[in-house]
Design a protein around this ligand. Sequence first.
Ligand code: SAH
Length: 366
Amino acid sequence: MSRGDMDLRAILLRRIAAEGPMPLSDYMAACLLHPVHGYYTSRDPLGRDGDFITAPEISQMFGELIGLCLAQSWLDQGAPSPVTLAELGPGRGTLIADVLRATAHVPGFHAAVELHLVEASPVLRARQQAALAGHPAHWHDQVSELPEQPLLLIANEFFDALPIRQFRRSGDLWRETVVGATAGALSLGLSPPAPIGALQHRLSDTAEGDIVEICPGAAAIAQAISTRIETHGGAALIVDYGDWHALGDTFQALRGHAPTDPLADPGTADLTAHVDFETLADAASAHSLLTPQGVFLERLGITERAQRLADRLSGDALSGHIAAHRRLTHPQEMGTLFKVIAFYPSQASPPPGLEAMRLQTRGPQA
Ligand code: SAH
């Protein structure tokens, strides 16, 4: 059997037979981004008929308010031109299309903007191109390819898709979660205890058996973004589910909007982990602020915008719209679990929606 005929399970089992069990990060990377069999590379997973639904797919209000927030930051910083408008993992392109529509009347903004999208999936790149309806854009594989100039950046549910490593505390050492093989099937295991330099600082706030996760890619990406912002100006809004100073097992698989076994049928389920916002803030060379999504959207005026849109709706469309507003903002829905971290230059004022909650970039926060 040639490699091209193998499915992803067979490819992974062969690799494990040759090299031994692999860290969760290698398993996640293969499942999500394998060039042929990867979850994102081979399909559009979003929407009601897919596996999960995201804020921009729930309501146009999300992208509109993000767009106005970024445009206001651009105005506050003297309207630099050219300016990169970038999105990481734009999915179907809905968010960036809403951003562009909402900012069409901001004087000079569209003339200054150069659109740059970082997207690994050819399937989703095609959807993004269609959503942009002729608006010129550059696509990239890596954040490091973004131009060295002022940067306005959005990332919604991008960082949760980055591969994580997971460790269980054992004395002052750590055992890593690995994917191996048992009787011809993929299985989870734990590596022998070893010291982990990157977790030295977690020995003071964890106990025997506690699980902590690290996302090796997240810090590098946060640093690349924040350095451009600190050097050239701009702002970043990173939105995702997660916590500050995270603890516990958050690795999960979703298929058809329901949890599923992450080892069953590799490459066919969405694999994610919660984002540790402390990692992003600590890696940033710009200032950062963290705010719950619900509070952020309320401060930007989502309720006024929702009422305006409601005036034109009735029946099912109206009840759907009211439910969408609640879903994005309510503490028991996405309002508190999802958070926004903003990066902005130390010489500039924070983007609107975040200014009242100035938090230290280090140290535990609620
Ligand atoms: N932001 C969109 C989609 C979120 S799904 C929304 O809110 O609807 C995650 C997106 O990130 C998808 O577009 C996926 O293809 C992309 N992605 C995941 N890992 C990536 C990586 N390592 N590099 C580039 N894009 C990636």
